[in-house]
Design a protein around this ligand. Structure first.
Ligand code: C2E
Ligand code: MG
Ligand code: MG
Length: 763
C-alpha cells in the first residue's frame, strides 16, 4: 500500500524557518511543548521515563519522517521513545509485550483497508488497554472510519497525512500524551483516594496515639511514594519550648530531644511553626509540613522529609488525607488525654502513682533485681509557702526535667505525690549518693537560684515479697525513717522496719475496736504513807485486755493511742472513770482518799482538755481536791509558757498536780517554782538504785531534798522491797507506791483492799 505524506515537503520547508533550538514553536507553545536540542535525542531505554510512542505504518518512510519530526520533543522533562511496527499483526504482537505505551500513531490502511481499525478494536476490547492514546493517520480521506468508531474506540485524533504538518503533528502528539498522562493521573488519584479511605478507616480503628501517629507518617510516605521519614508532634497552644513528638520514623527520629522537638527558627521546627500559623499544609521540594487541626484539644503537625518534590496529585491526596484524619486523631487524642489523666501527672508529664504501681508490678513479676527509690524534696512545703505555688510548680518541673535528663534512660521516673518522685529500675543503676548529687547544683527558677536537697527511701524489690502497693508503703516507711534521722540522707527498707510498723498499724486498728468494745479498764495501785503504812490514795492505771484475753502493756498501746489521736477519747474516758471510782471509794467510807490520774501530753495540749476535766468532775461529782493529775517531767519541760498557763487553769478547778517520772528530765529549780506543782514522783529507776548507791549521793536523795526546799510533797514509785522503803523513809520521803505494798488492783479489789487496810489499822 502506498501512502503519500505530503506534509513531509512542508515539514522540510518549515524546518528551515524553525526558531532557535529550545524555543517554543508556534502553536506548540500553548501546549507546553519544549524542543530539546535539535540533535537527535539518544534513544531512551525502557523505564527511563520517556513517553513511548508506537508508530504503526507499512511505509518505512513514514517511520523515519515521524521520528525525525518528533525526535526532539520533550514533555514535562521527558523525551519521546519510538517503537516501530510495520503491520497491524506486528503491532499486535508488540502491544502484547509492551505496556507503557502512551500513544499509537496508527495508519488506517495497511494489510487490509480496515487493518488499523481492527487493531484499535483489538487494543480496546481484547487487550482492555484504555489508557493508550490513538492517533489515526490515513493517506486517503475516503478511508476515514465512521464517527461512531472514533467515539466508540476512544480515538484521540484522526488526520489525513496531508493535514499533519510538523507543528500539527507535535500538537496532536502532545495533546495525546497529556491525555494519556491525565488518564493515568486520574487512575492514580482514584487508587490514591481509595488508599486514603482505606488508610483512614484503618487508622481510625487504632486506639493509641502512638500507633495512630506512626500509621499516619507511614501513610503520608506511601501517598508521597517515598520512604517514611518524618515526625508527628502534638502542638498545644502556648508550647513555647517545643512540641511533644508523638511518633517518628526514619532519620528524622534523631531530631527529637527527650521526646520533644525543640522550637527553632529553622529546620523542621520552623516548617511546623509555619504550617501551624497558616493552619495549612506547607509543601517544599525537600520537605513538607502537615497541619492537623485538633478540634477540642491541641493541634497536631507533622514534618516529612522528601527525596524529591511532590506533584500536584500527591499533594492533593495528602491534603485530603490530613483533613480527614485530623478528626480521628482528635478522638484518639481525647482518649489518650483520659488515659494520661489516669496514669500521668499533669504537672510534669511523668507517670503517676497508679502507673508506677503497674510498673512495680511488672518488675515484681519478672523477679528483676530492681530498686524502688522515693525522692523527697526537703523543705518543699516551706519553699512553696514562702514563694508561692507557681514557684513551687516550676521547681517541681525543673526537678523532673533534671532527673529525666541526668538519670539513666533505662530507669522509670514517676511523680507520686506533691514533692515525692520515684525511681524504679535495675538496682545497680540506683546509687543513693549519685541521686543526691543531682541536687548539688541549684535549680534556676524564675531567674533565681534555688538550692534544694532530697531525702531518699529505698526498697530492694528482690527482697520484697508483697504487692506493688506494699513495696511503695515500704519505701515510704524507709523514707520516713531517713527523714527522722537527717534531711538529705537515705535509708534502705529492711524487713524488721516493716514488721514493726505494720504491727503498729494493726495494733492501732485493734485498739480503736477494743476501746469501742469496752476492752479497756482501769486498775488502781494503792499509794501509802511509809510511816503508818496506810493507804491514802491510788494511781489509776490503764489496762487493755484484748478479745482473746491477752494483756497489752500500756507502754505499748499508749504511744499508739497518742500517735493516732485516740488518746483524746480514751483520756476523757479515763478521767471520768477514775473520778467515778473515786466517788465509789468515798461512798465505801474512805473519804480522805486521793485518786491520781495520768494525763498524756497529747491530751494535755488539747484545747478542750480543761473542759473535759471539768465535765468529768461535774458528771461524777468527784471532789476536785481529791483528784491529782500526773504529768511527766519531759512534758513539763516543753513549751513552758503554755504549760504554766494551763497548770494555773487546772489548779483553779481545785485539782492538784504531780510530776511523774521525776529525775529523768532536767527541770530547773526556778522553773519548778514557776510551775506551782504539788508533788514530785521519784522515778522507779532511782528507787531501784538507792539500795546500791552510797548514801548521800543518790538522785532519789537529791529529789527529796529539792522537794523539801520547794515545799512540795514527794512520793517514790516502784518500791519493791522493804530496804528501799526503809531508806526512803530515812531520807525523808514520806509516801510510796510499789509492789511491796500492792500491785495495781481491779476496782472491787481496791475497795476490799481499803477495807482490809482500815481493819488492820483498827485491830
Ligand atoms: P507511770 O505513770 O510511771 O506508772 C507507773 C508504772 O509502774 C505502772 O506501769 C505500774 O504498774 C508500774 N509499777 C508500779 N509499782 C511497780 C513496782 O514496784 N515495780 C515495777 N517494776 N513496776 C511498778 P504500767 O501500768 O505498765 O504503766 C506504764 C505507764 O503507762 C505509766 O507509767 C504511765 O506513764 C502510762 N499510763 C498508764 N495508765 C495511763 C493512763 O490512764 N493514761 C496515760 N496517759 N498514761 C497511762
Ligand atoms: Mg503515773
Ligand atoms: Mg512513773
Amino acid at each position: 500500500m502506498h501512502i503519500y505524506w505530503f506534509a513531509i515537503t512542508e515539514l522540510n520547508l518549515e524546518t528551515q524557518h524553525m526558531p532557535a533550538p529550545n524555543t517554543p514553536a508556534g502553536a506548540a507553545q500553548d501546549d507546553d511543548l519544549v524542543f530539546a536540542d535539535e540533535t537527535p535525542a539518544v534513544a531512551p531505554g525502557k523505564g527511563s521515563g520517556a513517553w513511548r510512542v508506537l508508530i504503526v505504518d507499512d511505509d518505512a518512510d513514514v517511520h523515519s519522517t515521524t521520528t525525525f519530526a518528533l525526535g526532539a520533543l520533550e514533555m514535562h522533562g521527558r523525551p519521546l521513545e519510538f517503537l516501530h511496527a510495520y503491520s497491524a499483526a506486528q503491532a499486535m504482537a508488540m502491544l502484547e509485550r509492551e505496556h507503557d505505551i502512551a500513544v499509537i500513531l496508527l495508519d488506517v490502511v495497511m494489510e487490509q483497508a480496515d487493518a488499523g481499525l481492527h487493531l484499535v478494536r483489538h487494543v480496546r476490547d481484547t487487550l482492555g488497554r484504555h489508557d493508550v492514546r490513538i492517533i489515526l493517520r490515513t493517506g486517503q480521506p475516503g478511508y476515514a472510519p465512521e464517527m461512531d468508531a472514533i467515539r466508540g474506540y476512544d480515538i484521540n485524533d484522526y488526520r489525513t497525512k496531508s493535514e499533519l504538518t510538523r507543528t500539527k503533528l507535535y500538537t496532536s502528539v502532545a495533546a495525546a500524551i497529556r491525555a494519556y498522562q491525565q488518564i493515568h493521573a486520574l487512575e492514580d488519584s482514584r487508587t490514591g483516594l481509595a488508599e486514603v479511605v482505606r488508610a483512614n478507616s484503618e487508622l481510625m480503628a487504632m486506639h493509641s496515639v502512638g500507633e495512630m501517629t506512626l500509621g499516619i507518617l507511614r501513610e503520608v510516605a506511601a501517598l508521597a511514594g517515598q520512604p517514611a521519614d518524618g515526625l508527628l508532634c502534638a502542638c498545644p497552644p502556648g508550647a513555647a519550648a517545643g512540641w511533644q513528638v508523638l511518633a517518628s520514623c526514619g532519620a528524622s527520629a534523631a531530631l527529637a530531644r527527650d521526646g520533644m522537638l525543640p522550637a527553632s527558627t529553622q529546620g523542621p521546627a520552623a516548617a511546623i511553626a509555619l504550617a501551624l500559623a497558616g493552619r495549612r499544609n506547607v509543601y517544599e521540594d525537600d520537605h513538607l509540613a502537615l497541619y492537623f487541626s485538633g478540634k477540642a484539644h491541641c493541634d497536631f503537625a507533622a514534618w516529612v522529609r522528601l527525596a524529591r518534590p511532590l506533584d500536584a496529585l500527591r499533594r492533593g491526596l495528602i491534603d485530603v488525607f490530613t483533613s480527614s484524619i485530623a478528626v480521628g486523631l482528635d478522638n484518639v487524642a481525647l482518649m489518650t488525654d483520659l488515659h494520661r489523666a489516669a496514669f500521668y501527672d499533669a504537672l510534669t508529664g511523668l507517670p503517676n502513682r497508679t502507673r508506677l504501681v503497674e510498673l512495680i508490678d511488672d518488675s515484681l513479676q519478672t523477679r528483676a533485681d530492681a530498686t524502688l527509690c522515693l525522692v523527697d524534696i526537703d523543705q518543699f512545703a516551706e519553699t512553696n509557702d514562702a514563694l508561692g505555688h507557681q514557684f513551687g510548680d516550676a521547681l517541681l518541673g525543673a526537678v523532673a526535667q533534671r532527673l529525666r535528663l541526668r538519670l539513666d534512660a533505662g530507669l522509670a521516673l514517676a511523680r507520686i505525690g506533691g514533692d515525692i518522685f520515684c525511681l524504679l529500675g535495675q538496682a545497680d543503676l540506683i546509687e543513693p549518693a549519685a541521686v543526691q548529687d543531682l541536687f548539688a547544683a541549684p535549680f534556676s527558677i524564675e531567674g533565681q537560684d534555688v538550692q534544694v536537697s532530697a531525702t531518699l527511701g529505698l526498697v530492694r524489690l528482690l527482697e520484697h515479697d508483697g504487692s506493688a502497693a506494699d513495696a511503695l508503703k515500704d519505701a515510704d516507711i524507709a523514707l520516713k525513717r531517713a527523714k527522722s534521722q537527717r534531711r538529705g540522707g537515705h535509708f534502705y527498707f529492711s524487713r524488721g522496719m516493716g514488721v514493726e510498723i505494720r504491727e503498729r498499724v494493726r495494733l492501732m486498728h485493734a485498739l480503736r475496736g477494743g476501746f469501742a468494745r469496752g476492752e479497756l479498764f482501769l486498775a488502781y495501785q494503792p499509794q501509802v504513807e511509809l510511816a503508818a503504812r496506810r493507804t491514802f490514795g491510788a494511781e489509776a492505771l490503764l489496762r487493755w485486755r484484748t478479745e482473746d484475753g491477752r494483756f497489752v502493756p500500756p507502754d505499748r498501746f499508749i504511744p499508739i493511742a497518742e500517735y493516732s489521736g485516740l488518746i483524746i477519747d480514751i483520756g476523757a474516758w479515763v478521767l471520768r472513770e477514775a473520778c467515778a471510782e473515786l466517788v465509789r471509794v468515798r461512798a465505801a467510807g474512805h473519804v480522805d482518799f486521793t485518786m491520781s490520774i495520768n494525763v498524756s501530753q497529747v491530751q494535755f495540749r488539747h484545747p478542750h482538755f480543761i473542759d473535759m476535766l471539768r465535765q468529768a468532775l461535774a458528771d461524777t461529782g468527784a471532789p476536785p481536791e481529791r483528784v491529782e493529775l500526773e504529768i511527766t517531767e519531759s512534758m513539763a519541760m516543753e513549751e513552758p509558757d503554755l504549760l504554766i498557763e494551763r497548770l494555773a487553769e487546772i489548779k483553779r478547778t481545785g485539782v492538784s498536780i504531780a510530776i511523774d517520772d521525776f529525775g529523768t528530765g532536767f527541770s530547773s529549780l526556778s522553773y519548778l517554782q514557776r510551775l506551782r506543782v504539788d508533788r514530785l514522783k521519784i522515778d522507779r529507776a532511782f528507787v531501784t538504785e538507792i539500795t546500791d548507791a552510797a548514801r548521800g549521793s543518790s538522785i532519789a536523795e537529791m529529789v527529796i531534798e529539792l522537794g523539801r526546799n520547794l515545799g512540795l510533797s514527794i512520793i517514790a514509785e516502784g518500791v519493791e522491797d522493804e530496804r528501799q522503803a526503809q531508806i526512803l523513809q530515812t531520807l525523808g520521803c514520806p509516801l510510796a507506791q510499789g509492789y511491796l505494798f500492792a500491785r495495781p488492783l481491779a476496782p472491787e479489789a481496791l475497795i476490799e483492799w481499803l477495807g482490809n487496810d482500815a481493819l488492820t489499822r483498827a485491830a
